[in-house]
Design a protein around this ligand. Structure first.
Ligand code: 3PG
Length: 209
């Protein structure tokens, strides 16, 4: 795998409180058609979850998100993460992600950050927090000045908004947690997660441009 953006049209973003949920949750997402799964390093359960999903759900491609330091990058790759996502970046973080040999997606929300990444040879980026930072209108405005940049918007996207993002020429995939509602996770309602995943998977694959 070389590109995170070409992995899947929709990447579920997981914030896992209970490590025991990792495998059933991943199985539900995969059964619904979402096989690229980003587990955010926002909870103590995250690294163990990545390990378990990598070992026990072979049809999943598990990645790590919310990487803020080179240490996070090393820990995520050691746990088995097959792609890396960060909400923002520094040169140290970018170097660690690049050196990991694993596909990575650094986050941006301004034009200068886009320019800085292009200057460093990075053309694929997460656009975060997508809705708060300007949504589809903002991303559409980036297409003309930055024809070489492609984005994975995440943050505040739901089932209604996702297709509008996916229709933009500079969007490769979208990320979000809308298919993992808190009440469904609390109830361990994996059937509901699977149904929401199936709906989200139906937003792609997209036609070649
Ligand atoms: C992320 O890290 O990409 C976001 O937290 C996902 O955003 P959402 O929970 O608003 O979908």
């Amino acid at each position: 795998m070389e590109s995170v953006l070409d992995l899947a049209p929709v990447i579920p973003v997981v914030v896992l409180e209970d490590g025991d949920d990792a495998v059933p949750l991943a199985r539900a997402l995969v059964a619904g058609g979402l096989s690229a799964i980003e587990v955010t390093l926002r909870t103590p359960a995250a690294l163990g979850a990545i390990r378990h999903i990598a070992a026990e759900v072979p049809r999943a491609t598990v990645g790590a998100g919310t990487l803020l330091t080179p240490g996070h990058v090393g820990a995520a790759v050691a746990a088995g993460a097959r792609f890396l996502v960060s909400p923002g970046w520094t040169d140290r973080l970018l170097t660690a992600m690049r050196d990991s040999g694993v596909p990575y997606l650094p986050g941006v929300s301004t034009t200068s950050e886009v320019v800085a990444l292009l200057e460093r040879g990075v053309t694929q980026m997460k656009f975060f927090p997508a809705e708060a930072a300007g949504g589809t209108a903002y991303l559409r405005s980036l297409a003309s000045p930055f024809p070489g940049a492609r984005f994975c918007p995440t943050g505040g996207i739901d089932a209604e908004r996702a297709p509008r993002y996916l229709a933009l020429p500079n969007v490769g995939c979208v990320g979000g947690s809308w298919m993992l509602p808190q009440d469904a996770l609390r109830a361990k309602d994996w059937g509901r997660v699977e149904r929401l995943a199936r709906q989200a998977a139906g937003f792609g694959p997209r036609l070649p441009r």
